[in-house]
Design a protein around this ligand. Structure first.
Ligand code: TMP
Length: 211
């Protein structure tokens, strides 16, 4: 079972994944959490290049290829072996993030991105994708609070520095994907408090795992 979490900046994905894991483990599932970009040793280096705010000169095509490179490594090194071992894999972002950030928001052709995904991940698709949806101003407020208290060496704020219109395109991109594939996506109101959001996610994951 392959579950992914998606959403705009500050949507609370990592908090919700942290809350979900013990629930899955208590039910006896062997599960792992992972993320994009940066789940592998090579991916960590790619993540540092991608998110460093001093890299404002990065070209959109470079950015697109680096996300796909990170994913190529991630799928082969972590996701596929775990799924083959019958684990539940919970990933903080996956291919949909490229469709939305590089496609809907940066303007790359969606067909081209689909072809790249075909090359990089083959037929692998999440069984369930949870979109944590909230207004962009609220998400960005939360994201900046987190960044300003982070003690990491490199400031990971290259995307947060984009304007509101960019983040709105991302939000609308995710909602558009959810409308295109309603059987895979579940959209959750993430403006609510973390416990309420967690309860909703638990219900959804229970239903999908039980099915
Ligand atoms: P994170 O903040 O969820 O760790 O994600 C890192 C940033 O990278 C976030 O701003 C979204 C962006 N991103 C893309 O632009 N394209 C992608 O394919 C992925 C996986 C993330």
């Amino acid at each position: 079972m392959f579950i992914t979490f998606e959403g705009i900046e500050g949507s609370g994905k990592s908090t919700q994944i942290r809350l979900l894991m013990p629930v899955l483990q208590a039910k006896g599932y062997d599960c792992i959490t992972t993320r994009e970009p940066g789940a592998t040793k090579i991916g960590e280096k790619i993540r540092a290049i991608l998110l460093d705010s001093s890299h404002s000169s990065i070209f959109s095509i470079t950015e697109l290829l680096l996300y796909e490179a990170d994913r190529a490594q991630h799928v082969r090194e972590i996701i596929k072996p775990a799924l083959q071992a019958n684990k539940v894999v919970v990933s903080d972002r996956f291919s949909d993030a490229t469709t939305v950030y590089q496609g809907y928001a940066r303007g790359f052709d969606l067909k081209l991105i689909e072809q790249m995904h075909h090359m990089v991940v083959g037929s692998l698709k999440p069984d369930l994708t949870i979109i944590l949806d909230l207004p962009v101003d609220l998400g960005l407020k939360r994201a900046w609070e987190r960044i300003n208290t982070q003690s990491t060496h490199v400031r990971e704020d290259r995307f947060e520095k984009e304007d509101l219109a960019f983040h709105e395109r991302i939000r609308q991109g995710y909602l558009a994907l959810a409308r295109l594939e309603p059987e895979r996506f579940r959209v959750i109101d993430a403006s609510k408090d973390p416990e309420t959001v967690h309860k909703k996610i638990k219900e959804i994951v229970d239903a999908v795992l039980g099915a």
